[in-house]
Every structure is written in structure tokens, then in C-alpha cells.
Design a protein around this ligand. Structure first.
Ligand code: ATP
Ligand code: MG
Length: 366
């Protein structure tokens, strides 16, 4: 699928633009603060009805204007389709249209133009804490598997209730009677999460390793390893086995959980590690290696989504080129051959052999 054209009116710093895109790579070049990220935001918003940077819808309406309009023509599901969204600066709710007819829910517009965004903050995912990596994995997996999404919501609900029991038992010891019931349920749903995650990370790791190898010219071997509760011997084991292993682990931490009043163990602490030729990236990775590995993960996520849906999501790469050496820049610009890609960069003189270059200055096309 690809976005063939986009029209913006009063969106962020764009008063009025009309853009035609290449089905391959679209390189968006311009100095700082000219509207490059705003353009990616518009594309992403049109595709999913959510902004990756605005807190409030009104932020996206050009200063001093009453409404913004985003209009895109998309070649998707083997036909031409249109998406149109109107945003208002006041309290008036937004309006969404698909192929000319007004839609109420996000589900009715999403699916036409799915996008995968890579922003500078994503570079940190392999360097920072486990919580960010879990979030990355969970968001991707929820998009891929609605049943996982439901299980995760259920897990978090039980976890919250269990937390309350662990906090309250100091004052109300009788409440501990219901704890085993919660633990059992938590382990059953937790086992399901592990089962999904094991398969997801296996697929993600394999695809990412392929990209990383192309990226680094074959000089580094990318390995992703999923980490879960230590009593789990094989995360691919039947859910029943996993449930028992999780229960065993909880048993061992029973005292500690009571004493600290906290849920200490479970898949809510899961993580994954990435190593390059056997060296842990989190500890030893260079800036460029960390960037390359993170981009490879994103490309892999997109590939899994494409396999699932039959069409690859549009890839939005914001500001990824700096700190990459010429070989790795060449990979981003000239070797991501599948699907449509938008790449923003500040450095003039960059170009792509796989599509077109669009230069932006003060919210206008040069
Ligand atoms: P950089 O290279 O620094 O990332 P960029 O080209 O990605 O720059 P954008 O983030 O797209 O820049 O923002 C460009 C400008 O848009 C900013 O200077 C910002 O002040 C302006 N802007 C943001 N929201 C609005 C709005 N609602 N109305 C008018 N201008 C806005
Ligand atoms: Mg930017």
C-alpha cells in the first residue's frame, strides 16, 4: 500500500500544501523547524487517528486558524481510497471521512494506511530500561494479535487487584485468603502472554537479524533473546506447563511479596536483550550500532505486520541518518526496497536512488 498524494490546510506550520509521493522512498530534506516532522505526523495521523507528539488535537491546528484539514489518496487493498480528517481548534470534535463517507470510529478508518514510525526517542529503546522495551514489544504485539491485547489488559487488571491485596494485608490480614485465587489467575494469563511473546520475539529477532546484516554489510551478527521469569525453562512449552512454572516462582517469592507489599515477579518484568556478534548492545553498543540495531528492529516489526496483513505498512523514519556512517546511510536511503518509506533529514545534498526528494522550507515545498 502507499500514499499517493497528500493535501494539508492549516495543519501545524503548513498553510496549504499539495504533495505527490513516490511509491518507494520519499526523502524529506530541510533545515531545523521547517515542518519535516509535522509532515510525518500528518501522514501518521491520517492513518491511525492518533498523534505521536500532540497532547491535544488543537495543537495541530495552525496558530490563529479555526480548523485544519488533512486529505490523502491511498492505494490500498488493491484500489484507490481517500482519507480526510478535519480538526478544530475549539472543543468541536474532529470529523473523519473514508472514501467520502463520514466515519465515527477509528476502526473504520484504520487499516487503509497503517504506518510504522521510527523517531529519535526510539533509538534509546535498546539502551534504556526494560519498561521501554516491554512497551515497544507490547505495542507491536497488540497491533499484530488482538487476542494478546485482550490478555494483556486482563493481566494488568489482575495485577492491579493483587497489588491492592499486598498493600492492604498489613492492616487487614484476612484479605490474604483470596490471594491464592488471584495468583492462579495471574499465572494462567501470564503464561499466555509468555507464549505469545516467545513466538513474537522469535519472528522479530530473525527478521531483524536479516536487516541488521544487510545494514552492517554482514560484519555483525544480530541476536535477540527474550527474557522471562527464571523458572520458565522453555517459553514455547504448553501454556499449562508455563502456568505451573510461574506458580512455582510465585511460591518462592511468597514471603518476599508479603514483606515488601509488591508484586515482585511475573511476566510484567519481562525484557529482551540484543547482542551483536555476542556482545551485549545495552552495555557496549556504540551510538551507530545502537541506532542500526533499533532501526533493524523497526524494519522487522513492519515486516511481521506486512506478513500478517498482506500489505506492508508505510515506514516513517524521522531523523535517523545522523550518526550513521556512509555505508549505513546508504542502506537507509537506497536499500529498503519494499513498500513506501518516508525519511526526514537536515543534511542538504542527500538523495535517494529509489524515489524522490522533497525539500521543505517554512511549511512550503521548495
Ligand atoms: P527538526 O529538524 O528540528 O526536527 P522539523 O522540520 O522536523 O525540524 P517540525 O517539528 O516539523 O520541524 O516543526 C516545524 C515548526 O512548526 C516549529 O517551528 C513549530 O513552531 C511549528 N508549529 C508547530 N505547531 C504549530 C502550529 N499549530 N501552528 C503553527 N506552527 C506550528
Ligand atoms: Mg523533526
Amino acid at each position: 500500500m502507499n500514499l499517493t498524494s497528500l493535501e494539508l490546510r492549516n495543519f501545524r506550520n503548513y498553510q496549504q500544501v499539495q504533495l505527490e509521493f513516490d511509491p518507494g522512498v520519499n526523502l524529506i530534506v530541510g533545515d531545523n523547524a521547517q515542518g519535516k516532522t509535522n509532515l510525518l505526523e500528518a501522514i501518521s495521523y491520517l492513518g491511525c487517528g492518533k498523534s505521536f507528539r500532540a497532547q491535544k488535537v488543537s495543537e495541530m491546528v495552525r496558530f490563529g486558524e479555526e480548523f485544519a484539514e488533512l486529505k490523502g489518496t491511498v492505494f490500498s487493498q488493491e484500489r484507490e481510497q481517500t482519507l480526510r480528517i478535519l480538526l478544530f481548534s475549539g472543543s468541536r470534535p474532529r470529523q473523519m471521512f473514508r472514501n467520502g463517507s463520514k466515519k465515527k470510529s477509528l476502526e473504520e478508518i484504520s487499516g487503509v494506511l497503517p504506518t510504522v514510525l521510527f523517531c529519535p526517542e526510539d533509538l534509546l529503546v535498546l539502551k534504556t530500561g526494560a519498561a521501554q522495551r516491554r512497551r515497544f514489544g507490547d505495542i507491536a504485539l497488540c497491533q499484530l494479535r488482538p487476542n494478546y491485547d485482550a490478555a494483556l489488559t486482563e493481566y494488568n487488571r489482575i495485577l492491579e487487584q493483587k497489588s491492592r491485596i499486598l498493600k492492604d494485608h498489613f492492616e487487614n490480614p484476612a484479605i490474604l485468603e483470596i490471594l491464592p485465587e488471584y495468583n492462579t489467575r495471574l499465572c494462567q494469563v501470564g503464561a499466555l502472554l509468555i507464549s505469545y511473546r516467545a513466538r513474537f520475539y522469535e519472528g522479530l529477532g530473525k527478521a531483524a537479524a536479516k536487516y541488521h546484516s544487510q545494514f552492517s554489510g554482514g560484519s555483525e551478527t544480530f541476536t535477540l533473546e527474550y527474557k522471562t521469569v527464571s523458572t520458565v525453562q522453555d517459553p514455547f512449552a504448553p501454556v499449562k506447563t508455563l502456568t505451573q512454572e510461574l506458580l512455582d516462582h510465585l511460591d518462592r517469592h511468597y514471603r518476599a511479596e508479603l514483606e515488601t507489599g509488591q508484586c515482585l515477579t511475573g511476566p510484567h518484568k519481562d525484557d529482551f536483550t540484543v547482542s551483536l556478534s555476542g556482545i551485549d548492545l545495552k552495555i557496549y553498543g556504540s551510538q551507530g550500532q545502537t541506532r542500526t540495531a533499533a532501526i533493524s528492529l523497526k524494519l522487522a516489526q513492519r515486516e511481521l505486520m506486512g506478513r500478517e496483513w498482506g500489505e506492508e505498512p508505510v515506514l516513517l523514519l524521522d531523523d535517523v541518518l545522523s550518526e550513521l556512517d556512509p555505508g549505513r546511510q546508504d542502506f537507509v536511503l537506497n536499500q529498503i526496497v519494499s513498500g513506501q518509506v518516508f525519511i526526514t533529514c537536515c543534511e542538504p545534498g542527500r538523495f535517494t536512488k529509489l524515489g524522490k526528494t522533497i525539500e521543505i522550507s517554512k511549511g512550503k515545498i521548495v
